[in-house]
Design a binder for this molecule. Structure first.
Ligand SMILES: [Ca+2]
Length: 362
């Protein structure tokens, strides 16, 4: 078998030579390679609002943050302006430069200098997306009781690739197994559904459309739910946790030729409580994930006193993933831009941070 032109070996070997002529410093080259590897590491295309800062100088940024933290009353603006406009790898480099310079951990220093919702945003940004997600999931289960709303959002909206990364990071950070923690904190069919998702058995999207399987799955979903007395939840769980997203989109279309109710209406009729919310979140995300996040943001900001936790979580976790697309869904859905809505419903340095992550008005 011949090795593909884009095989790992040839790619890595040929890469430096093509840049040797472009007057590339080793550090610049490192950034280019890191960025390319980062971009290729996920199968899903990215639509970030936070991108690498072009004239990046970690030492200069670290020095400005040091001064901002030392300033009487803390210069929050400078901290916000720097950290919301750097990519995650750049923020890590700033933290490294800061520690080299100040001989103190930058995250602890930020923790001491900031408070409230602003602190949550900035400390959230100092984690990678997977670390942030894992930490949010952990927090939703820690202590007495469970924050099911958060748990459902996190587990049901994340792709298979994201969940695989979250599981890995969860183990690294907390020395615990995500599946075991979910099993210990939930029960019944709700637990079974979340566990099936955490098992990450979803098929990769295929270039071949299998119409027979689409029809079979649509009929199976109907026969397990609307057609029979009670609900065969196990069948719903296995189809919704194992099939690829493009396949499921076609299944839900086909479903309408069997059932007088579409999939979401069927879910509302058949199941209740956290199980209902989980299935609805799944179907909404299969259909249009960015619209789901846009609606969550809109609801959270409409509610009195803005549910800052939800707003922070979505803005921080999606700004380097798909926030640009969420912005356009938000505008389509509500008629108002996300930027304007944030400006109306939040205030102070927290608002400044969110607007900066939002990246612009639409
Ligand atoms: Ca039924």
């Amino acid at each position: 078998m011949t090795k593909s032109r884009w095989g790992r070996g040839s790619w890595v070997n040929s890469f430096p030579s093509c840049f040797r002529y472009a007057n590339c410093t080793p550090s610049k080259l490192f950034h280019i390679v890191a960025f390319l590897l980062y971009s290729f590491s996920s199968s899903e295309p990215k639509y970030p609002t936070v991108v690498p800062f072009p004239d990046f100088d970690p030492d200069k940024d670290a020095a400005r943050i040091e001064t901002a933290i030392k300033t009487k009353g803390v210069d929050e603006q400078t901290i916000v302006d720097i950290l919301t406009k750097r990519s995650y790898p750049q923020r890590r480099e700033i933290a490294f430069a800061y520690e080299k310079r100040v001989k103190k951990d930058m995250i602890s220093a930020l923790k001491g200098a900031l408070s409230g919702s602003l602190e949550s945003v900035i400390l959230g940004l100092m984690k990678s997306t997977a670390q942030f997600d894992a930490t949010e999931i952990r927090a939703s289960m820690k202590g007495l009781g469970t924050d099911e709303e958060t748990l459902i959002e996190m587990v049901c909206s994340r792709s298979n690739d994201e969940l695989m990364e979250i599981k890995k990071v969860y183990k690294e950070l907390f020395k615990k197994d995500l599946a075991k923690d979910v099993a210990g904190d939930t029960s019944g069919n709700f637990a079974k559904l979340l566990l099936a998702l955490v098992e990450t058995k979803r098929d990769e999207p295929s270039s071949v459309v299998d119409y027979e399987k689409i029809d079979q799955d649509a009929r199976a979903l109907y026969e397990a739910g609307v057609k029979r007395k009670g609900t065969d939840v196990a069948t719903w769980i296995s189809i919704m946790s194992e099939r690829s997203v493009p396949h499921l989109q076609k299944v839900f279309e086909r479903y309408k030729s069997y059932s007088p109710y579409d999939m979401k209406e069927s879910i509302r009729k058949e199941v209740k409580g956290d199980l209902e919310k989980s299935f609805l979140t799944l179907v909404e995300c299969f259909e249009n994930k960015q619209l789901y996040f846009a609606s969550r943001l809109s609801d959270a900001m409409k509610s009195k006193g803005a549910k800052e936790k939800v707003v922070t979580r979505i803005m921080v976790s999606r700004c380097e993933v798909d926030l640009m697309k969420i912005r356009s869904e938000f505008k389509k859905q509500t008629g108002k831009s996300l930027y304007q809505t944030i400006a109306e419903h939040t205030k102070g340095d927290y608002q400044r941070a969110l607007l900066s992550l939002c990246g612009g008005d639409d």
